[in-house]
Design a protein around this ligand. Structure first.
Ligand code: ADP
Length: 264
Protein backbone atom coordinates (compact mmCIF):
# COMPACT_ATOMS: atom_id res chain seq x y z
CA UNK A 1 0.00 0.00 0.00
CA UNK A 2 1.16 3.54 -0.73
CA UNK A 3 2.42 5.49 2.26
CA UNK A 4 0.92 8.79 3.34
CA UNK A 5 3.59 11.41 2.74
CA UNK A 6 1.84 14.62 3.75
CA UNK A 7 -1.13 14.99 6.03
CA UNK A 8 -2.91 18.21 7.00
CA UNK A 9 -5.24 17.69 9.97
CA UNK A 10 -7.69 20.55 10.53
CA UNK A 11 -5.04 23.15 9.82
CA UNK A 12 -5.85 26.84 10.32
CA UNK A 13 -3.34 29.64 9.81
CA UNK A 14 -3.20 33.44 9.99
CA UNK A 15 -0.18 35.66 9.52
CA UNK A 16 -0.93 37.74 12.63
CA UNK A 17 -3.38 37.44 15.46
CA UNK A 18 -5.21 40.57 14.36
CA UNK A 19 -5.40 39.31 10.72
CA UNK A 20 -8.17 37.11 9.28
CA UNK A 21 -7.51 33.38 8.90
CA UNK A 22 -5.94 32.63 5.51
CA UNK A 23 -6.38 28.86 5.92
CA UNK A 24 -9.47 27.54 7.63
CA UNK A 25 -9.71 24.01 8.96
CA UNK A 26 -7.93 22.40 5.98
CA UNK A 27 -7.53 18.62 5.92
CA UNK A 28 -6.03 16.59 3.08
CA UNK A 29 -3.60 13.76 2.44
CA UNK A 30 -0.94 13.30 -0.22
CA UNK A 31 0.52 9.85 -0.88
CA UNK A 32 3.99 8.90 -2.08
CA UNK A 33 4.33 8.82 -5.88
CA UNK A 34 1.24 10.98 -6.31
CA UNK A 35 1.07 13.98 -8.60
CA UNK A 36 -1.18 16.61 -7.01
CA UNK A 37 -2.22 20.03 -8.25
CA UNK A 38 -3.31 22.73 -5.81
CA UNK A 39 -5.30 25.39 -7.64
CA UNK A 40 -7.23 28.45 -6.59
CA UNK A 41 -7.63 32.17 -7.26
CA UNK A 42 -4.96 34.62 -6.17
CA UNK A 43 -4.87 34.90 -2.41
CA UNK A 44 -6.76 31.62 -1.83
CA UNK A 45 -3.96 30.26 0.38
CA UNK A 46 -1.92 28.06 -1.97
CA UNK A 47 1.53 29.48 -1.24
CA UNK A 48 0.78 29.46 2.46
CA UNK A 49 0.20 25.68 2.20
CA UNK A 50 3.61 25.29 0.50
CA UNK A 51 5.31 27.31 3.26
CA UNK A 52 3.62 25.23 5.94
CA UNK A 53 4.83 22.00 4.33
CA UNK A 54 8.37 23.36 4.24
CA UNK A 55 8.21 24.66 7.82
CA UNK A 56 8.71 28.29 6.81
CA UNK A 57 5.46 28.82 8.74
CA UNK A 58 3.71 26.83 11.48
CA UNK A 59 -0.08 26.54 11.93
CA UNK A 60 -1.81 28.06 14.95
CA UNK A 61 -4.40 25.28 14.87
CA UNK A 62 -4.29 21.67 13.69
CA UNK A 63 -1.37 19.48 12.80
CA UNK A 64 0.82 18.72 9.77
CA UNK A 65 2.59 15.37 9.41
CA UNK A 66 5.29 14.58 6.86
CA UNK A 67 6.21 10.92 6.43
CA UNK A 68 4.37 10.34 9.70
CA UNK A 69 6.38 12.96 11.65
CA UNK A 70 4.61 16.04 13.04
CA UNK A 71 6.15 19.25 11.66
CA UNK A 72 7.55 21.24 14.60
CA UNK A 73 10.46 23.63 15.18
CA UNK A 74 12.49 20.59 16.32
CA UNK A 75 11.71 18.21 13.46
CA UNK A 76 11.72 20.70 10.60
CA UNK A 77 15.46 20.51 9.79
CA UNK A 78 15.15 16.79 9.24
CA UNK A 79 11.88 17.09 7.33
CA UNK A 80 13.24 19.76 4.95
CA UNK A 81 15.66 17.16 3.54
CA UNK A 82 12.62 15.41 2.07
CA UNK A 83 10.98 18.52 0.63
CA UNK A 84 12.26 20.26 -2.51
CA UNK A 85 10.79 23.58 -3.64
CA UNK A 86 10.96 25.50 -6.91
CA UNK A 87 9.53 29.02 -7.03
CA UNK A 88 8.19 31.40 -9.63
CA UNK A 89 11.24 33.46 -10.52
CA UNK A 90 14.21 31.34 -11.66
CA UNK A 91 16.59 34.31 -11.39
CA UNK A 92 16.09 34.45 -7.62
CA UNK A 93 17.12 30.84 -7.24
CA UNK A 94 20.57 30.86 -8.83
CA UNK A 95 23.62 30.76 -6.63
CA UNK A 96 26.25 29.16 -8.89
CA UNK A 97 28.28 30.80 -11.65
CA UNK A 98 27.78 27.77 -13.91
CA UNK A 99 24.90 25.35 -14.27
CA UNK A 100 26.85 22.52 -12.60
CA UNK A 101 27.92 24.73 -9.66
CA UNK A 102 24.34 25.65 -9.17
CA UNK A 103 23.13 22.06 -9.12
CA UNK A 104 25.98 21.20 -6.72
CA UNK A 105 25.04 23.88 -4.20
CA UNK A 106 22.35 21.98 -2.28
CA UNK A 107 24.58 18.91 -2.11
CA UNK A 108 27.58 20.86 -0.78
CA UNK A 109 25.43 21.97 2.13
CA UNK A 110 24.72 18.34 2.95
CA UNK A 111 28.29 17.10 2.84
CA UNK A 112 27.77 14.67 -0.05
CA UNK A 113 31.16 13.24 -1.22
CA UNK A 114 32.62 14.76 -4.41
CA UNK A 115 32.46 11.58 -6.54
CA UNK A 116 28.82 11.10 -5.72
CA UNK A 117 28.12 14.78 -6.36
CA UNK A 118 29.52 14.53 -9.89
CA UNK A 119 27.37 11.49 -10.63
CA UNK A 120 24.25 13.16 -9.23
CA UNK A 121 24.84 16.37 -11.23
CA UNK A 122 25.03 14.32 -14.42
CA UNK A 123 21.96 12.30 -13.50
CA UNK A 124 19.75 15.22 -12.52
CA UNK A 125 20.74 17.43 -15.48
CA UNK A 126 20.00 14.49 -17.79
CA UNK A 127 16.60 13.99 -16.11
CA UNK A 128 15.59 17.53 -17.08
CA UNK A 129 17.24 17.47 -20.54
CA UNK A 130 20.04 19.92 -19.62
CA UNK A 131 23.01 17.53 -19.81
CA UNK A 132 24.72 19.64 -22.50
CA UNK A 133 24.85 22.78 -20.36
CA UNK A 134 27.16 21.86 -17.44
CA UNK A 135 29.47 24.84 -17.91
CA UNK A 136 26.95 27.39 -19.17
CA UNK A 137 26.50 30.56 -17.14
CA UNK A 138 22.91 30.66 -15.85
CA UNK A 139 22.21 34.15 -17.24
CA UNK A 140 22.69 32.78 -20.78
CA UNK A 141 19.76 30.36 -20.37
CA UNK A 142 16.12 30.92 -21.35
CA UNK A 143 13.48 31.13 -18.61
CA UNK A 144 12.40 27.54 -19.21
CA UNK A 145 16.01 26.28 -19.13
CA UNK A 146 16.61 28.12 -15.86
CA UNK A 147 13.60 26.42 -14.29
CA UNK A 148 14.88 23.04 -15.49
CA UNK A 149 18.22 23.71 -13.81
CA UNK A 150 16.41 24.76 -10.61
CA UNK A 151 14.48 21.47 -10.74
CA UNK A 152 17.74 19.54 -11.33
CA UNK A 153 19.25 21.20 -8.23
CA UNK A 154 16.33 19.98 -6.14
CA UNK A 155 16.36 16.48 -7.66
CA UNK A 156 20.07 16.13 -6.91
CA UNK A 157 19.35 16.04 -3.17
CA UNK A 158 16.75 13.26 -3.62
CA UNK A 159 13.66 14.75 -1.97
CA UNK A 160 10.52 12.68 -1.37
CA UNK A 161 8.32 15.53 -2.51
CA UNK A 162 8.85 18.29 -5.04
CA UNK A 163 6.71 21.41 -4.70
CA UNK A 164 6.42 23.86 -7.58
CA UNK A 165 4.95 27.16 -6.50
CA UNK A 166 3.77 28.89 -9.71
CA UNK A 167 7.07 27.68 -11.19
CA UNK A 168 5.94 28.10 -14.79
CA UNK A 169 4.16 31.43 -14.33
CA UNK A 170 6.94 33.42 -16.01
CA UNK A 171 7.29 31.09 -19.01
CA UNK A 172 5.60 31.22 -22.41
CA UNK A 173 3.03 28.47 -23.21
CA UNK A 174 5.65 26.31 -24.98
CA UNK A 175 8.08 26.59 -22.03
CA UNK A 176 5.24 25.74 -19.66
CA UNK A 177 4.23 22.61 -21.52
CA UNK A 178 7.86 21.47 -21.73
CA UNK A 179 8.41 21.89 -18.00
CA UNK A 180 5.17 20.10 -17.13
CA UNK A 181 6.08 17.19 -19.43
CA UNK A 182 9.60 17.01 -17.97
CA UNK A 183 8.23 17.04 -14.45
CA UNK A 184 5.76 14.28 -15.07
CA UNK A 185 8.50 12.07 -16.52
CA UNK A 186 10.80 12.86 -13.60
CA UNK A 187 8.05 12.16 -11.09
CA UNK A 188 7.30 8.72 -12.53
CA UNK A 189 10.98 7.75 -12.72
CA UNK A 190 12.06 8.96 -9.29
CA UNK A 191 9.27 7.71 -7.00
CA UNK A 192 8.57 11.28 -6.13
CA UNK A 193 5.42 13.06 -5.04
CA UNK A 194 4.82 16.18 -7.06
CA UNK A 195 2.77 19.14 -5.86
CA UNK A 196 2.04 21.73 -8.55
CA UNK A 197 0.68 24.97 -7.17
CA UNK A 198 -0.96 27.08 -9.84
CA UNK A 199 -3.84 29.38 -10.71
CA UNK A 200 -3.77 28.03 -14.28
CA UNK A 201 -6.10 25.09 -14.87
CA UNK A 202 -4.06 23.97 -17.92
CA UNK A 203 -1.40 22.70 -15.55
CA UNK A 204 -3.62 20.29 -13.65
CA UNK A 205 -4.34 18.03 -16.61
CA UNK A 206 -1.53 15.56 -15.88
CA UNK A 207 -2.15 15.37 -12.12
CA UNK A 208 -3.64 12.35 -10.39
CA UNK A 209 -5.72 14.57 -8.13
CA UNK A 210 -6.59 18.25 -7.81
CA UNK A 211 -7.18 20.18 -4.58
CA UNK A 212 -9.18 23.34 -5.26
CA UNK A 213 -8.80 26.22 -2.77
CA UNK A 214 -11.25 29.07 -2.33
CA UNK A 215 -10.72 31.80 0.29
CA UNK A 216 -8.60 29.59 2.53
CA UNK A 217 -10.88 26.58 2.42
CA UNK A 218 -10.75 23.34 0.45
CA UNK A 219 -13.52 23.79 -2.09
CA UNK A 220 -13.12 20.42 -3.77
CA UNK A 221 -10.73 17.50 -4.18
CA UNK A 222 -11.10 15.26 -7.25
CA UNK A 223 -9.55 14.07 -10.52
CA UNK A 224 -8.86 16.69 -13.24
CA UNK A 225 -11.74 15.30 -15.31
CA UNK A 226 -14.19 15.63 -12.42
CA UNK A 227 -12.95 19.15 -11.69
CA UNK A 228 -13.25 20.31 -15.31
CA UNK A 229 -16.84 19.03 -15.38
CA UNK A 230 -17.70 21.78 -12.86
CA UNK A 231 -16.78 24.56 -15.24
CA UNK A 232 -19.58 26.95 -14.25
CA UNK A 233 -18.90 26.63 -10.53
CA UNK A 234 -15.15 27.04 -11.17
CA UNK A 235 -15.77 30.29 -12.99
CA UNK A 236 -17.65 31.58 -9.95
CA UNK A 237 -14.55 31.08 -7.81
CA UNK A 238 -12.29 32.85 -10.31
CA UNK A 239 -10.90 29.89 -12.28
CA UNK A 240 -11.08 29.62 -16.07
CA UNK A 241 -11.56 26.15 -17.51
CA UNK A 242 -9.18 25.55 -20.47
CA UNK A 243 -10.74 25.98 -23.89
CA UNK A 244 -9.83 22.42 -24.91
CA UNK A 245 -11.78 20.99 -21.95
CA UNK A 246 -14.84 23.07 -22.88
CA UNK A 247 -14.51 21.97 -26.51
CA UNK A 248 -14.21 18.29 -25.52
CA UNK A 249 -17.36 18.68 -23.40
CA UNK A 250 -19.34 20.30 -26.17
CA UNK A 251 -18.27 17.67 -28.70
CA UNK A 252 -19.35 14.99 -26.24
CA UNK A 253 -22.74 16.63 -25.75
CA UNK A 254 -23.26 16.65 -29.52
CA UNK A 255 -22.21 13.00 -29.79
CA UNK A 256 -19.04 13.96 -31.68
CA UNK A 257 -16.48 13.07 -29.02
CA UNK A 258 -13.19 11.64 -30.21
CA UNK A 259 -12.58 8.23 -28.71
CA UNK A 260 -9.68 5.84 -28.40
CA UNK A 261 -12.10 2.91 -28.51
CA UNK A 262 -12.31 1.04 -31.82
CA UNK A 263 -15.44 2.05 -33.71
CA UNK A 264 -16.61 -1.54 -34.20
P1 ADP B 1 -2.08 32.28 -3.10
O1 ADP B 1 -0.78 31.55 -3.13
O2 ADP B 1 -3.26 31.39 -3.31
O3 ADP B 1 -2.11 33.46 -4.02
P2 ADP B 1 -1.26 33.13 -0.44
O4 ADP B 1 -1.10 31.90 0.38
O5 ADP B 1 -0.03 33.79 -0.97
O6 ADP B 1 -2.31 32.86 -1.61
O7 ADP B 1 -2.04 34.22 0.42
C1 ADP B 1 -3.21 33.94 1.18
C2 ADP B 1 -3.62 35.20 1.92
O8 ADP B 1 -2.60 35.52 2.88
C3 ADP B 1 -3.78 36.43 1.04
O9 ADP B 1 -4.88 37.16 1.52
C4 ADP B 1 -2.49 37.19 1.26
O10 ADP B 1 -2.70 38.58 1.11
C5 ADP B 1 -2.14 36.85 2.70
N1 ADP B 1 -0.68 36.86 2.94
C6 ADP B 1 0.25 36.18 2.23
N2 ADP B 1 1.49 36.40 2.72
C7 ADP B 1 1.34 37.23 3.77
C8 ADP B 1 2.25 37.84 4.71
N3 ADP B 1 3.55 37.60 4.65
N4 ADP B 1 1.72 38.65 5.66
C9 ADP B 1 0.38 38.90 5.72
N5 ADP B 1 -0.51 38.36 4.88
C10 ADP B 1 -0.06 37.54 3.92
Amino acid sequence: MREKLIEFRNVSFRYREEHPWVLKNCSFEIYEDESIAIIGHNGSGKSTIAKLINGLLFPQEGEILIAGKPVTEETIWDIRKDVGMVFQNPDNQFVGTTVQDDVAFGMENRGIPREEMIARIEESLTAVGMQDYHLTEPHRLSGGQKQRVAIAGVLAVSPKVLILDEATAMLDPKGRTEIMNTLNQVQEKNNLSLITITHDLHEVVQSDRVIVMNHGEIWDEATPREIFAKKHALREIGLDVPFVAILADELQEKGLALTKEPLN
